[in-house]
Design a protein. Structure first.
Length: 85
């Protein structure tokens, strides 16, 4: 249901991309690795990776290429939630 309201898909530079990055990192982590550091790293890496891509959906899409280089607020919020745990 997360995807339906806004019609976001993976690659749209939304919190969905951050969630996917965390899920994938947790699914492929070494068995002896702690969950929280892996999730935190994945959230930071997703934020870094998406920073230089255009935003095709959400508020930032109104900025066109001016949004390139800026952090997506949904992914920032996701990273802060994971860091707060």
């Amino acid at each position: 249901m997360l995807v339906a309201p806004g019609a976001a898909v993976l690659g749209d530079e939304t919190a969905l991309d951050g969630l996917q990055a965390i899920a994938q990192a947790l699914a492929t982590k070494p068995q002896d690795a702690a969950l929280l550091p892996v999730a935190r790293r994945a959230a930071r890496d997703a934020l870094d990776a998406l920073r230089e891509t255009p935003n095709p959906i959400g508020r930032a899409c109104m900025l066109d290429d001016k949004a390139i280089g800026l952090d997506d607020l949904g992914v920032v919020a996701l990273q802060r939630m994971v860091d707060a745990v």
